[in-house]
Design a binder for this molecule. Structure first.
Ligand code: ZN
Length: 517
């Protein structure tokens, strides 16, 4: 949730649970006046809902709230990696891309961030992967294990590599030059002088090479080296990216290549440059840090079954960005992992998508699953979606937002909505009754403008904000997974899933006028 100076810090309300409720049964009795009313859900809906598990919620949260994501500040590699993770999940579930022109992403400019640059450690990246489809990679530490050469141009590429024993080493005339289309891995025992390095770059470039990784003793940064060099010291840019790998970095490279350095040297001495096979190298050089002005929503679609209603949508959304290392007073410090805010909401989003897709459960209306970017910077992702996603707001039948759903009482869900959205209100009540969860609407009115439901409400779309409540770790480095109650995440996810199901099949609502309210 976006931070507001005007917010009143809500103290967690201690709610007394109604006694005698158990979690197992899916039939609930709700007393309306004197007559008990039974709520039932169909078997396939129940099954789909039960595919939401604490285990899977935990896995998603722990990936997103890992230190490796560096707090998922919009525009940094931690946020970009998170977006890619979400996109891969959507794709693997068989959902359809929901952006314009069949894209999974909606890009937008984050207002007020023109010229803003991210930290160097996030804009400069060197990773080794075993193969294209490997989900895990070995990430080298910026300035401890690698540094771009001071005169390297900026780069963002993924490539195989080839071992080059020395600059000028000729390739076998018969076969294709192994350097072509690859990164040259070049061992250096001592620091190369500028003229030799430029010569090597020219040669590798002429042979179709994409860049050079200098490896070993001669690749270490000089004492008191300033990186990037101050403008006065900046020399002429090299023709291709050059990155130095040192410290424990080389060992990581050789290990993943499957052979020690001496073995590569020995064979290359006889056979010339060698295609290494692995690792696949993921390289990014941004000498001024990354441009932070670009935001990116991830959008997926799931088509409904009713020929007349499938052109209407229920939007299910959660923001994936967080604040990086920015404290509430604006200072830079420790990583804020944002486990509750909002890895929990994204876990819910992915689990709801999975519930529909695995069970092949098709509601009448279509669904849009969206992971918003730049929420913490002022609800920019949701604003961009409502303003220019290609979806006409008048086709949006309802919106469900999940933000910070993993703390406080596990059986109580805070719910924000407009009281005038009566059908939505009764659907939420019905869903909570089936799950034997308590709804708490107190104090939610002032929060309606502080998360991604806000632009949807402004466009007149019935929207609900599912929220787990504030806590002392809100926007602090201590918002970690250890403090998240995964059982609560699972409960709220199931509530949101049922709400989306009833809303997507709702035939009680009057056709909605697209009106700003
Ligand atoms: Zn927040």
């Amino acid at each position: 949730m976006v931070f507001s100076d005007f917010s009143i810090r809500l103290t967690a309300l201690f709610l007394v649970l109604a006694c005698g409720l158990t979690t197992g049964s899916l039939q609930a009795q709700r007393v309306l006046g004197e007559r008990p009313v039974k709520e039932r859900i169909e078997r396939d809906v129940k099954h789909a809902m039960q595919s939401v598990t604490t285990r899977e919620c935990y896995d998603h949260i722990s990936w997103l709230a890992d230190d490796l994501r560096e707090g998922r500040l919009s525009g940094t590699s931690g946020a970009l990696d998170s977006a890619d993770y979400i996109q891969k999940e959507f794709k693997n579930l068989g959902l359809l891309p929901g952006g314009v022109d069949g894209d999974w992403y909606q890009s937008f400019i984050i207002p007020g961030r023109t010229g803003a640059r991210g930290p160097l450690s996030s804009g400069n990246r060197l990773r080794f992967k075993v193969s294209e489809n490997a989900t895990r990679s070995v990430q080298l530490s910026f300035s401890e294990e690698f540094l771009p050469h001071p005169f390297s141009p900026d780069a963002d590429l993924e490539a195989e590599c080839s071992f080059l024993l020395f600059s000028g080493q000729p390739a076998d005339q018969v076969t294709r030059d192994p350097l072509a289309g690859r990164l040259a891995v070049m061992p250096v025992d001592s620091v190369m002088n500028d003229a030799d390095l430029r010569e090597a770059c020219k040669e590798v470039q002429a042979r179709g090479g994409l860049g050079i990784l200098l490896i070993g003793e001669g690749a270490s940064p000089l004492d008191n080296e300033e990186w990037p060099p101050s403008t006065g010291q900046a020399g002429e840019s090299l023709p291709i990216p050059v990155v130095r790998v040192f410290g424990s970095g080389p060992l990581k490279l050789w290990k993943i290549s499957g052979r020690p350095e001496r073995s590569w040297k020995f064979q290359s001495d006889a056979d010339g440059p060698l295609l290494m096979g692995r690792p696949l190298v993921d390289l990014e050089v941004r000498r001024q840090g990354r441009d932070l002005s670009q935001g990116r929503n991830v959008i997926a679609k799931f088509l409904g079954s009713d020929p007349s209603l499938r052109s209407e949508y229920i939007v299910i959304g959660a923001h994936y960005d967080h604040v990086g290392r920015t404290g509430m007073d604006g200072s830079q410090g420790e990583i804020h992992n944002g486990a509750d805010d909002n890895a929990t909401g994204v876990a819910a989003l992915l689990e709801i998508a999975e519930a529909y897709s695995l069970a092949r459960l098709r509601p009448k209306r279509s669904l849009i699953f969206i992971a918003f970017d730049a929420e913490e910077l002022g609800l920019h992702g949701s604003g961009a979606f409502v303003a220019s996603s290609g979806f006409d707001p008048s086709t949006l039948h309802g919106m469900i937002n999940l933000d910070m759903i993993g703390r406080n009482d596990v059986k109580t869900v805070k719910v924000g909505r407009r009281t005038s959205d009566q059908v939505l209100g009764s659907i939420i009540e019905k869903s909570a009754s089936i799950l034997k969860l308590n709804i708490d609407e107190e104090g939610m009115e002032p929060l309606l403008g502080r998360s991604d439901q806000a632009p949807f409400l402004r466009a007149g779309i019935p929207s609900v904000f599912f929220f787990g409540g504030f806590h002392d770790d809100y926007h602090k480095p201590t918002d970690d997974i250890e403090l998240v109650k995964v059982e609560k995440v699972c409960n709220v996810t199931r509530l949101a899933f049922l709400t989306s199901w009833f809303l997507a099949n709702d035939t009680e609502s009057q056709p909605r006028e697209a009106s700003g309210q």
